[in-house]
Write a protein that binds this ligand. Structure first.
Ligand SMILES: NC(=O)c1ccc[n+]([C@@H]2O[C@H](COP(=O)([O-])OP(=O)(O)OC[C@H]3O[C@@H](n4cnc5c(N)ncnc54)[C@H](OP(=O)(O)O)[C@@H]3O)[C@@H](O)[C@H]2O)c1
Length: 253
């Protein structure tokens, strides 16, 4: 058993900053060839630059995960550069449309579903048939959230997309297990990234967090990357269909 990822090809959406960047760096350090994908090429290129010198090579592909043709191009480009995908991390997400449930528009719900849920479904349909044919298994990691386990205030849109991703993770795990393709989710708590600055820049919120969270500090992207490495590696061969909570104990109460 080992945490090494030599000989593996990983695709990480949203790998240009935050949690996705930390995961890409951890995978490259473990020897994987990694493609990072999101809309902003300059962010992706900073990940590539920071990974120079690590054992695994990293390449950037610009991709809006809400567009089918761009997803198809992403998969084709990944295969061209490194070969077929062994590890897929569905990490890109958006959080538009926060607010009282009665004010949520159809557009906000549909748009968020497209980025947070449909993109994962589409990538899985593009990648998993090939994994099955090759017969060497695979690991799919969906970055969900503790907001998918319990409602976030004014979070109808975001929480319900993450809850959908958690259930889809279990369905995929059930259907793909016979091919040794494992599908797991990670549910981060509050992690210091651009995505969550609304919360961690709020002093009152942070005071409350320090008083109530068993590990009384703001989580860092690298603390999610460790769990992703575990789920991608041979160390987790008997683990599928789970939702790994990495939240400083926030949901333990
Ligand atoms: N931070 C937290 O507290 C927290 C807690 C629970 C769960 N999460 C989850 O963790 C994951 C990563 O979030 P993060 O905190 O690392 O946030 P982040 O730093 O804002 O990263 C979000 C990533 O998603 C990408 N993205 C957004 N829209 C996209 C689109 N349409 N197409 C392609 N890529 C897109 C962004 O890249 P571009 O802008 O370049 O497209 C960016 O790389 C998300 O799934 C989020 O829901 C975060």
């Amino acid at each position: 058993m080992s945490f090494a990822l030599e000989g593996k090809v990983a695709l990480v959406t949203g790998g240009g900053r935050g949690i996705g960047k930390a995961i890409a760096k951890r995978f490259a350090a473990a020897g994987a060839q990694v493609v990072v994908a999101s809309r902003k090429m300059e962010n992706l290129e900073s990940t590539v630059a920071e990974c120079a010198g690590l054992p695994g090579r990293v390449a950037a592909v610009a991709c809006h995960v809400g567009k089918v043709d761009q997803l198809q191009r992403l998969v084709a480009e990944t295969e061209k550069q490194f070969g077929p995908v062994d590890i897929l991390v569905n990490n890109s997400a958006t959080n538009i449309g926060q607010g009282p449930a009665l004010e949520v528009t159809d557009e906000a719900l549909l748009k968020t579903m497209e980025i947070n849920v449909l993109a994962a479904h589409r990538l899985i349909r593009m990648i998993v048939p090939g994994m099955m044919e090759r017969g060497k298994g695979g690991s799919i990691i969906n970055i969900a959230s503790i907001a998918g386990l319990r409602p976030q205030t004014h979070g109808l849109v975001y929480s319900s997309t993450k809850a959908a991703l958690l259930m889809m993770t279990r369905v995929w795990a059930v259907e793909f297990g016979g091919h040794r393709i494992r599908v797991n989710a990670i549910c981060p708590g509050l992690i210091q990234t651009d995505f969550s600055e609304y919360f961690w820049k709020n002093e009152e919120y942070m005071e409350r967090l320090k008083d109530t969270q068993p590990l009384p500090y703001l989580g860092q992207p690298e603390e999610i990357a460790g769990m992703a490495l575990y789920l991608a590696s041979e160390e987790s061969t008997y683990v599928t269909g789970t939702a790994m909570v990495v939240d400083g104990g926030a949901t333990a109460r």
